[in-house]
Design a protein around this ligand. Structure first.
Ligand SMILES: [Zn+2]
Length: 311
């Protein structure tokens, strides 16, 4: 068998070359053995070339991907730094607002627990190293991102606190009875000692009497809840409002009550109508303010004298 293969390989092949129609063809005799070696050599060269080209293409691919990743990292680093700066501005506004509103600043908000300082140092060292574009490493990027997230949470918490502070402040302000309790009229009897118009004895008048025609609206002077709305001895038909923060108001001698116990009222709401019920000599509204269960002079509280909206 071996000798048979040997015989085949030793046989020669003659190749004819025609250089012209009339010329005699040239001949080249090559043994099959040489041709076989040449074929093997060709296969090795071809195989190696394919391998090298494939590796090179992969290498180019990796370089291209790296370049894309580097560009992405540069972009994200730039965006992160930009957003970090916005957050710093927001933090300043937050602190200014707190100072302006006299709200105690939380330790966490003001100190920033050294986190952002670390990123500041990293940025500073990159600038010192002469990098025109600041590009974070993946680790630095993750650290900066987690600090930015933490900062956002702190700002959110702070804004919520400012919101509830303002809400509480507004609620308190709206609970102070500071408007004229009806639509027109004039004070016919002030706060303090006087001779009772019916009993004819000296007594302390705990409110003011506003002379105003029957049927004119009686207006809640602050936000609150109806504590009492019924007849009460010499007061006649009366509404007592509880405003919270120590304030209570009385609206007496009414001809009509338009609310009931437990009704939530807002400053400016029409709650009843002027009348002359109870111990009264004529149509008027008796109005009292109590602060921490003690009567005070309503005149000291009335900032808006008339409620034109109800005319
Ligand atoms: Zn009175």
């Amino acid at each position: 068998m071996k000798s048979k293969i040997k015989d085949i390989l030793n046989k020669k092949i003659t190749i004819l070359f025609f250089t012209g129609i009339s010329d005699k063809p040239k001949t080249l005799s090559v043994s099959k053995k040489v041709l076989f070696i040449f074929f093997i050599f060709l296969c090795v060269i071809l195989g190696s070339s394919i391998f090298i080209i494939t590796r090179y293409v992969n290498y180019i691919d990796v370089i291209a991907n790296n370049l894309i990743l580097e560009n992405k990292l540069e972009y994200f680093s730039r965006e992160l730094i930009k957003n970090r700066n916005y957050l710093a501005e927001l933090k300043n506004i937050d602190l200014e607002l707190r100072r302006f509103l006299n709200i105690e600043t939380a330790t966490r908000t003001e100190s920033a627990i050294g986190g952002p300082d670390l990123i500041d140092k990293i940025i500073a060292s990159k600038i010192e190293a002469g990098n025109s574009n600041i590009v974070f490493t993946i680790e630095e990027f993750n650290l900066a991102l987690s600090l930015v997230k933490q900062e956002i949470e702190e700002r959110k918490e702070s804004v919520q606190k400012i919101k509830s502070y303002i809400k509480q402040k507004l609620q308190k302000e709206n609970s102070v009875p500071n408007i004229w309790p009806t639509v027109s009229g004039f004070i016919s009897s002030g706060y303090g000692y006087r001779i009772h118009p019916i009993k004819k004895v000296m007594f302390f008048h705990k409110g003011i009497d506003i002379s105003v025609p029957v049927g004119k609206p009686v207006i809640a002077t602050a936000d609150g809840v109806v504590k009492y709305a019924n007849w009460l001895g010499g007061y006649g038909k009366i509404i007592i409002l509880s405003h919270g923060y120590g304030y209570t108001t009385y609206y007496a001698h009414l001809s009509s009550i338009l609310v009931e116990k437990g009704t939530k009222v807002f400053r400016g709401d029409k709650i009843g109508l002027v009348g002359s019920t109870g111990l009264s000599t004529g149509p008027h509204l008796h109005y009292e303010i109590r602060y921490n269960n003690k009567d005070v002079n309503p005149i000291d509280y009335i900032k808006i004298k008339q409620n034109k909206n109800w005319e």
